[in-house]
Ligand binder design. Structure first.
Ligand SMILES: Nc1ncnc2c1ncn2[C@@H]1O[C@H](COP(=O)(O)OP(=O)(O)OP(=O)(O)O)[C@@H](O)[C@H]1O
Length: 647
């Protein structure tokens, strides 16, 4: 089926390859000791019928938990349908009464009285039906919204807990798609599929019984359009759905182009690449437009076919029914009952496609959503995890080796061992890609070691609770992420109850206080999207202040002063001397002038410690560190010479 080619295949490729455990289905395969989901998660609509049914069953169970709203919604649907079924009968009776009056069977006054009663009854039925339909829609929507709320919270909570290896693989846009569009597909299931199906079954079931009991041939003729229109409407929806998924993918491309353009606006302008960007956008736009035309064509063609079959069936009923009236087999009122019933049935039958689509969409979207919600968290507290207890605050790496989860054959760290005690500073240097940041990521357990052990005061970090570990280990990341809120809130992110003095002290140490005071709203200044109103160095200083608020036992600066000038960095280091007394400090960086005071310097190359010692030890050794030092010293001398030459 064409609809099996779900964009989920593309969109969820990332999820499929991510390192995570799952309540593995039988076709799961284990890679590197980590279970990966079988194709069912990734394939979305290609998921087998059994999985599709179990997804539908799960969504239905979730809806049924809101029992009283479900009862009111379904009850109202049944009452509204019953009332609707009374209308053809009532109209038929009114017409027959009138005809009897015309034929002189009853007095004019009695006929008028009968007509008035029928009209009032009809009005009352319409009003009541309207009210029950209102209740049906309101409560069906309410059920859907409750379910969506529960799923949204569960989804967000899951995203917070999924491991770094998962987030390394999954594109944030794909996760947002699951959290928004797939969730919407599950939300509308109750109102768009289940309730409509109940209404349709009731109308067709009871209506068919009514008509066939009046006249078998006319009853079958009146219902003859149902299979064709139902089939045609389902086919239309399936085709529209396939193109809709395609359209969604193209609109995703469009928003990716737009997002990149907006986030990279400076690069675009600096390279005068507006024309190229317009071309890219136009191409993505045209591709979406082409698909919209295709959708309109499918829609128009099928609507015409459905209209034709309906009016053809109506014509047949009129023709054959009319002959039966002439032959005196049925009354004019009965013929009117058939025709009115067909008109009433027309709309719900046309909606069969929507019902089919509602089930299919819920099954696809639900399997993707539940696929994510059911993921086992690869990195979580051990069953018997205890809170971390810090006494001396000694950090120890013991023969640690590591490879990123989906690249087990590419070891990133090999046999790393070192120890750092409270008040000591360890510097880690080495060429780009050597594995320095990876060391930093292992200490707060963003990833688990492949072999060896990392301990804090003798406790294996895998055996303590993540919450206590991450309170004890703070990382000032390379990427200085700023939240769109006030500077004060950004600094107090890890300790929202901190008082103003503490916030100010942290920003003084990070050499940011004076700058903040010069801002119009001081600490209350709102930092704009992506912290764009701050310079790179200011953003880094803000993240340093934020981390200092945590009072960790181990603080790691992961190349976090690269955008700060050397003099400011020196001021930050001396202001932090007091702060560093109570903890282990690890500095990762490239600028040797900012690391050479460290108690121990580790030179990392290809994931191994190739040299270690103090600055003096390493210079005396004359190895890789010395070579790097000479290079930087020469570059500095050249710069001074150039400056003198220019002046
Ligand atoms: N999340 C990840 N998944 C897979 N490989 C990764 C991941 N992060 C880093 N790597 C790889 O691990 C190696 C070490 O990266 P790492 O970031 O630790 O180097 P680094 O020494 O800190 O480099 P730099 O000085 O440039 O920041 C690199 O080859 C990098 O491509």
């Amino acid at each position: 089926m064409s609809w099996a080619f779900d964009v989920g295949i593309v969109r969820l490729k990332a999820l499929q390859t991510a390192q995570y455990h799952r309540n593995a289905p039988p076709n799961s395969k284990a890679i590197g000791g980590v279970t990966k989901p079988g194709n069912s998660l990734a394939n979305g609509e290609a998921a087998g019928p059994v999985q599709g049914l179990s997804t539908i069953a799960r969504i239905t169970r979730m809806n049924l938990r809101h029992s009283w709203q479900v009862t009111v919604a379904i009850g109202s649907t049944l009452v509204a349908a019953s009332l609707q079924l009374l209308i053809p009968e009532l109209l038929g009776q009114a017409i027959d009464q009138t005809q009897t009056a015309i034929g002189g069977g009853v007095s004019g006054a009695a006929a008028q009285e009968g007509l008035r009663t029928s009209a009032l009854l009809l009005l009352a039925i319409c009003v009541l039906r309207g009210l029950f339909t209102l209740a049906q829609n309101y409560f069906a929507e309410a059920v859907g919204h409750h379910v969506a709320y529960e799923l949204r919270v569960a989804f967000y909570e899951k995203i917070q807990r999924l491991s770094f290896s998962f987030h390394d693989q999954a594109h944030s846009a794909d996760l947002i798609t699951i959290g928004m569009l797939d969730l919407e597909g599950v939300r509308v299931y109750f109102s768009a599929a289940l309730v409509r199906a109940v209404l349709l079954v009731m109308l067709i079931g009871v209506g068919a019984h009514m008509l066939i009991s009046i006249n078998l041939v006319l009853g079958l003729l009146a219902l003859s359009f149902v299979p064709f229109v139902g089939w045609r409407s389902s086919i239309t929806q399936i085709k529209l759905r396939a193109t809709w998924l395609d359209l969604q993918e193209r609109l995703c491309d469009l928003s990716r182009v737009m997002e990149e353009n907006l986030t990279g606006v400076r690069v675009v302008r600096a390279f005068s690449a507006q024309a190229y960007e317009m071309l890219k956008f136009d191409r993505a736009s045209k591709s979406a437009l082409g698909l919209m035309h295709e959708r309109a064509e499918i829609y128009v063609r099928n609507i015409s076919a459905m209209n034709f079959s309906f009016f053809f069936a109506m014509g047949l009923v009129l023709w054959i029914g009319g002959n039966k009236v002439i032959a005196g087999e049925i009354s004019v009122g009965k013929l009117a009952t058939f025709l009115t019933f067909m008109t009433i049935l027309q709309m719900p039958v046309r909606q069969i496609g929507l019902i089919v689509d509602g089930f299919a969409r819920a099954s696809t979207c639900g399997s993707r959503l539940f696929g994510l919600l059911d993921l086992d968290i690869a990195l979580k507290d051990a069953a018997d995890a205890k809170p971390l207890e810090i006494s001396e605050g000694t950090l120890r790496f013991d023969d640690v080796s590591f490879a990123y989860p989906d690249e087990e054959n590419r070891p990133i760290l090999k046999n790393i061992s070192f120890e750092a005690r409270k008040s000591e500073t360890i510097a880690i240097v080495g060429p780009p890609g050597a594995g320095k940041s990876t060391i930093a990521h292992l200490i707060p357990r963003f990833y688990d070691v492949a072999s060896g052990v990392i301990t804090l005061d003798g406790q294996d970090i895998r055996e303590v609770t993540l919450a206590t570990l991450r309170r004890a280990v703070a990382v000032v990341q390379q990427d200085a992420f700023i939240f769109t809120t006030t500077i004060e809130n950004n600094i107090a992110y890890g300790d929202p109850w901190a008082n103003a003095q503490r916030i100010e002290r942290a920003s003084e140490s990070a050499q940011l206080h004076d700058y903040i005071l010069r801002l119009p709203a001081g600490y209350k200044t709102v930092v704009r999207e992506r912290g764009i109103s701050l310079s790179g160095g200011q953003r880094q200083r803000l993240t340093i202040a934020r981390t200092m608020m945590l009072r960790p036992s181990v603080i790691i600066f992961d190349d976090s002063t690269a955008a700060i000038d050397a003099a400011t960095e020196q001021r930050i280091r001396s202001a932090m001397r007091h702060f560093a007394k109570d903890r282990v400090t690890i500095i990762i960086g490239h600028r040797l002038s900012s690391l050479m005071d460290a108690d121990v310097i580790l030179f990392i190359e290809n994931g191994e410690i190739v040299e270690r010692g103090t600055h003096e030890d390493l210079l005396a050794k004359g190895g890789r560190y010395k070579a790097l030092y000479d290079l930087q010293a020469r570059a500095f001398d050249d710069m001074l010479a150039n400056q003198e030459g220019m002046s």
